[in-house]
Every structure is written in C-alpha cells, then in structure tokens.
Design a protein around this ligand. Sequence first.
Ligand code: AMP
Ligand code: FE
Ligand code: FE
Ligand code: ZN
Length: 285
Amino acid sequence: MTGTKYADLHVHTFYSDSTFSPEEVVTCAKEKGLAAIAICDHDTVDGIDPCMALGLKNGVEIIPGIEMSVEKMDAEIHVLGYFIDWKQEWLRKILKEIQDSRVERIFIMIEKLRGMGVKIDAEEVFKIAVNKGSVGRLHVAKAMLISGAIKNLREAFAKYIGFAKPCYVPYTKLSPVETMELILKAGGVPVIAHPDLIGNDDYINEFVDHGLRGLEVYHTDHKPHVTKRYEAMAKEMGLLMTGGSDCHGMGKGRILMGTVRVPYELVEKLKEEAKKIKDGPKYRS
Ligand code: AMP
Ligand code: FE
Ligand code: FE
Ligand code: ZN
C-alpha cells in the first residue's frame, strides 16, 4: 500500500455483539485498505488472539483493546482501553464476573419484555450470541426482530431496551474510577468512546481527573458540528483525538469498517502513551 496509512480504532467481533468472526473482521480490514484496526469488544478480550493470528498473516496490525460501560443515574458512558495487556489473569477474572452478570440480566430482560407482550426465548438470544463472551442488548434486539415484535432494531431500543426504557436492565458495571484504574492497571490508554452519545459533556471531567488520555472525536454517530465541538474540547483538555467506525459487522444494518478512520500517526501516539502508562505507577504486570 502506498501513501498515508489509516487505522479504524473501534471494531467489534462476534465475541461481543458484532456479527463478524475474526476471519471476516480481518478480511474486511484488508479489503478496506486499513493498516491497523483496534479490536474493542464489550467486556471481553477473547477476540484479540484470533484476530492477531489472522492479522499477522494478512498484513493488518491488530491493536488490542476493550470497550467497557459505566452507568450513571441518567447516562451510559463507554470507555475504550487501547493496548491493554489482554492476557492478564486478574483482568480476565474481572471480565468473567461482568460477563456472568450479562447472562443473568438477559433472563430478567426477557421477563420484562414478556410483561409488555413481547415474547422471545432466552435460548434464541443465546443462539444469536453463540461464540460470544459478551451477550448484550443487540442480541436481544435481533431476537425481537426475528420474532416479529418490532420492525427494526431502532424500535427495540426506542421503545423497550434503550437506556432507562421500561425493559432496560443493567448488568454489573464498574464505577468511573474503577474502570479507569482497571484500564491503567492493564497498561491500557483510556479513551471515552462516542462522547456525544453520553448526552452530557460534564461527565467527561470525572474521567479526566482519573487519568483519561483521549476522546473518540471521530465516530459514525458524530455529526460534523459535533466532531468540531469535541476537537476543540480535546485540544483544550490536552487529550488525544481518536476515531473509529464502531463496526458491528452487519449488526447495525451495514458494514461500517473504514468509514471512520484516522491517520496511522495516531496509532504511534497511542503506543507512546501506552508505554508511558506501563512505565508509570498504576501498571501491574
Ligand atoms: P449492552 O452492552 O448490552 O448494554 O448493549 C450495548 C450495545 O447495544 C451497544 O454497544 C450497541 O451495540 C447497542 N445499542 C445501544 N443503543 C442502541 C441503539 N439505539 N440502536 C442500536 N444499537 C444500540
Ligand atoms: Fe455494541
Ligand atoms: Fe459503545
Ligand atoms: Zn463499540
């Protein structure tokens, strides 16, 4: 490949809620001409090793990452961790607890949906989520769609399972401080994902106080004026400006990979930042 190299820094696999296998993820990245992609599955690192093996063969650099959710009274905040030590046992143990709680909440969500006249089976949800460490609402929404209860995925979130909607059920999450500590302890660079989806920029400060390094300024769901706002905010706060498509395979109706990408120099910056974190006091190897 000649010219500028690009990276999509927010990609999911079917180990969380994308429909794409590691093979499909890496093939797609290659087709889109991406030099690097970051695997940022929800609460699981299981997709990283298979993607890395395939990335090596196909000339696509795989950046190990994760996406974790934090919950406030009135908002949901997603935090990305780049270059985490994904093999650490202590990290996997904490993630397993979160994953178990994700499984439990599916049954409660199904009960609530039943109360609203939507009948789906847990079996169906887990069938859709097969191979995945992190079952979630996108799988529930898909089951609702198949059952004919809704016309599109948007309806599932808008009427039933979106944050604070009648069938929304939380799973065990870490606090903002705990999330930041976990990512830093794992040697990762903490970045707030799609900040506009939080709905309240005031929440960002709390994360900055605890070592936030970047904002996902460039994201599929950010309109141009929103992107400008976060560019200004990142500059003012001295944060890195990252970006990614948040590709969920076909999970969001179309393949998003590569539609949002950043120059490879940003990957170098993230690497430098990860090194600083791993040389610092919070890191536990
Ligand atoms: P969970 O991890 O189970 O809380 O589900 C969160 C995931 O659901 C997000 O990462 C998205 O993939 C998906 N999601 C959340 N809100 C929406 C929405 N309004 N439309 C489509 N997908 C959504
Ligand atoms: Fe997702
Ligand atoms: Fe997210
Ligand atoms: Zn995501």
